[in-house]
Design a protein around this ligand. Structure first.
Ligand code: NDP
Length: 330
């Protein structure tokens, strides 16, 4: 018997609501590996999955959300994993199409798991979660395009959110000058403590400008916001610089022109964490263990329980969560 946050749909209204239930191992879906879940977290996508309509991501109810989890292997029919192994899971539509981490037990495909790297425990892995993993993928993509600490300031948008907080801490640790864009001026001290050297007000960079090119300012950008902010940032990039497009917290539309690409050789790099191949996942988790200072990660963490998840889901959708939430399943 174990506890889970189960979402059930009212078939008359199509509205789903969450409640904590006691389930048995037979309730779990098929899979090669059964994991005793220690911690999970709250990402923007979790907010969507926890919402009344499932954000268009959840297809079948009853459903256990939670797109990330970390824990200990309890049983495995796959040779790569044995009982006692510490593992982390992000992506693969777990928590959306497949039951996820908002339960004390999970059963998944072995292919979806990554062994926890040396130096990270399950709680820290969930303080990182999909948001932090994606931030690392974005840093790696910018480096692959030639970004180096001496090139100039790197802009991080949605900086006080999950992706933005981890991106800021990693970049600062690697020696980059980080300019953090936030719509919450009260987070300035927090962002400085993570290593940001410049705080940019959201309003300064969100307003639409008529000019496709402005002065060359940023050597790189990790963008969690999309929309008009991304369009504006493209015109402010230095010659040949790259923007890693991670999110759409500010909108999915991209009202821009091709001018930054044609006249400044700007690169727009797409970052997907969900279907990321195994080797790159492993590389990203190993880089997180070495390049993300754990005391800065701790400063981002807000602890939570299963019962608090519906409220936290609503808060992340309205941009009110600072840093990262860690859900303790025990
Ligand atoms: P958070 O809600 O934690 O962070 C988003 C931040 O964006 C907010 O904290 C806020 O930062 C800023 N923001 C919110 N609304 C607006 C707005 N209307 N205009 C401008 N800025 C805004 O979410 P996550 O960090 O978990 O995720 C960020 C984005 O990245 C989401 O869109 C998510 O779906 C996406 N994502 C994509 C992944 C991928 O694989 N590509 C993986 C993970 C996330 P502040 O208050 O500092 O301004």
């Amino acid at each position: 018997m174990f506890k889970a946050l189960v979402m059930k749909q009212d078939t008359a209204t199509g509205t789903a609501t969450a409640a904590i239930e006691t389930l048995t191992m037979d309730d779990l879906p098929d899979g090669d590996v059964t994991v005793s879940v220690d911690y999970s977290t709250v990402n923007y996508k979790d907010g969507l999955c926890l919402s009344a309509k499932g954000g268009g991501l959840v297809r079948n109810y009853p459903h256990v959300p939670g797109i990330d989890f970390a824990g200990t292997v309890e049983a495995s029919s796959d040779a790569r994993y044995a009982p006692g192994d510490k593992v982390v899971l992000t992506g693969w539509r777990v928590g959306e199409a497949h039951w996820g981490g908002y339960a004390q037990k999970a059963r998944v495909k072995a292919d979806w798991l990554v062994p926890l790297p040396e130096g990270l425990d399950p709680r820290q892995a969930m303080a990182v979660g999909t948001a932090g993993f994606t931030a690392m993928l974005a840093v790696m993509a910018l480096e692959d395009q030639g970004l180096k600490p001496g090139n100039g300031p790197v802009l991080v948008t949605g900086a006080a959110g999950g992706v933005g907080s981890v991106a800021t801490a990693i970049l600062a640790h690697l020696g980059y000058e980080v300019a953090a864009v936030t719509g919450r001026p009260e987070t300035a001290d927090y962002l400085s403590s993570l290593g940001a050297t410049q705080i940019v007000a959201r309003g300064d960079i969100n307003a639409v400008v008529k000019r496709p090119l402005e002065s060359e300012t940023w050597a790189g950008c990790i963008d969690a916001v999309g929309g008009e902010m991304l369009a504006r940032v493209l015109g402010q990039m230095k010659y040949g610089a790259s923007v890693a497009a991670v999110g759409l917290a500010g909108g999915a539309a991209l009202p821009t022109t091709v001018i930054p690409f044609l006249l400044r050789g700007v690169n727009l790099l797409g970052i997907d964490s969900v279907m990321q191949p195994y080797d790159n996942r492993l590389r990203a988790w190993q880089r997180i263990a070495t390049d993300l200072p754990m005391h800065k990660l701790e400063a981002m963490v807000q602890p939570a329980t299963l019962a608090e998840l519906p409220q936290l889901g609503a808060e992340i959708l309205s941009g009110q969560i600072k840093g990262r939430v860690v859900v303790d399943l025990n």
